[in-house]
Write a protein that binds this ligand. Structure first.
Ligand code: ASP
Length: 404
């Protein structure tokens, strides 16, 4: 019999986790630390991995290539983001989600005021890069890695030792990722068992429709929109999605794009996308590209507006779409961040912020598919940017070529 690989074990951990969680219920939460350990192991790799790979990647680009990569990456991010919003709003609009939902007695909740756009922009430039690295602030690290990479290229020969050092660090980190993956089956098992054990089916019932709509929307985005785009670019859609599914499953179970980043970088690279493209497209995507989160925010906003009896006009729908897209960009890649940012969308259409308390209890269940889509989206962007840049992709990814 063929020995099972790490992916098979992860799938087993996933399924067994669901079964055990459903059978044992709440007491299974004693194994929660096993899941937390897994997330910590992944997070441990994020900062050195994105910093080293991005700086090395950028140092190999010319100025013109860098500009093109930026343009393409962001065009793709916001093009799919806009499609995600349209799908989410159509689904939420025609489903009448939330109408008649008992809003009952609400607890007052505190929502922190949003920082201004100028402050957000300024915060991207680190005043102290070492501090940003120590705190793990993704955007300032990305900024510093990009300018460092450009300067390494400009400095030429003298900077070669630094480049070699960063290259060595990057490869070592990738190696470490493969070790951490071996803990994946246990980590995934623990995370799934505790999630299912905590919620049980009873708690979900009143929210079943909302949850269903979020799963439906995100599934259409993944298997319809992304698969369609891959096909247009002559990449075998389901073959590629299958190759990268390890990262999608990790995202589903950890509910954190940023913790999943080491895995998404590894599987995308293993699928045949170059180091440079992976290191450029994926870290940025994990921070600013969150189609799944935007969809969830749009669907939840419509649900809550209906629950509060607010009549939604076409203008409201447009507002929800635009603000949810912006809110998703500002959402951090950690569990539950999208729920906090939902306040921005609710505020924009006049839904009481207490609405957040209504769905907070079941947010984790909706965090899973949205994070999986957030991460899948980045990996699809990576292969499409690679293809459009003329990278030589393995034959098995290409339509019309034989699978090896
Ligand atoms: N958990 C999501 C992520 O990490 C963010 C969110 O809460 O929507 O991608």
């Amino acid at each position: 019999m063929k020995r099972l690989g790490v992916l098979e074990w992860i799938l087993i951990g996933f399924v067994v986790g669901i079964i055990v969680g459903a059978m044992v219920g709440k007491p299974i939460t004693v194994i929660k630390p096993l899941g937390t350990l897994f997330i910590n192991l992944l997070k441990m790799l994020v900062v050195p991995l994105i910093f080293s790979t991005l700086a090395v990647g950028v140092s190999t680009f010319t100025g013109e290539k860098l500009g093109k990569m930026f343009g393409k990456t962001f065009f793709f991010y916001y093009f799919t983001g806009a499609l995600a919003m349209v799908i989410a709003l159509i689904i939420a609009g025609i489903s009448g989600a939330g109408i008649g939902f008992p809003v009952g007695e609400l607890k007052k909740i505190e929502v922190k005021p949003m920082p201004s756009l100028v402050d957000v922009g300024l915060a991207i430039v680190p005043t102290n890069p070492v501090e940003s690295l120590a705190k793990g602030d993704a955007l300032p690290i990305i900024f510093f890695a990009i300018v460092l990479g450009m300067s390494i290229a400009a400095a030429g020969k003298v900077a070669e030792p630094l480049k070699n050092f960063l290259e060595a660090l990057a490869e070592t980190m990738y190696k470490l990722v493969s070790y951490v993956l071996w803990y994946g089956p246990i980590g995934v098992f623990a995370l799934m068992a505790t999630t299912v054990g905590t919620y049980g089916l009873g708690v979900l019932k009143p929210y079943a429709y909302l949850i269903f709509l979020v799963y439906l929307g995100t599934a259409i985005q993944a298997f319809g929109v992304y698969a369609g785009l891959l096909r247009i670019f002559k990449i075998r859609p389901y073959h590629y999605l299958n190759k990268i599914k390890e990262a999608s499953i990790f995202a589903f179970t950890t509910c954190s794009s940023s913790a999943t980043l080491p895995v998404s970088m590894r599987v995308t690279r293993d699928a045949g996308v170059s180091n440079e493209t992976c290191s450029f497209v994926l870290p940025m995507g994990a921070t600013v590209n969150m189609d799944g989160t935007g969809m969830y925010q749009a669907i939840s906003a419509v649900f809550l507006a209906n629950a509060f009896g607010i009549h939604l006009t076409f203008y409201h729908y447009m507002m929800i779409g635009v603000v949810a897209l912006l809110a998703s960009i500002g959402t951090a890649g950690v569990p539950g961040a999208g729920l906090i940012m939902l306040s921005m969308v609710l505020g924009a259409i006049g839904v009481p912020l207490e609405g957040i308390a209504i769905i907070a209890g079941v947010d984790r269940i909706m965090d899973m598919p949205r994070t999986a889509v957030n991460v899948t989206d980045d990996m699809v962007a990576a292969v499409l940017v690679a293809k459009s840049e003329g990278e030589k992709l393995p034959d098995d990814l290409l339509v019309g070529k034989a699978i090896a």
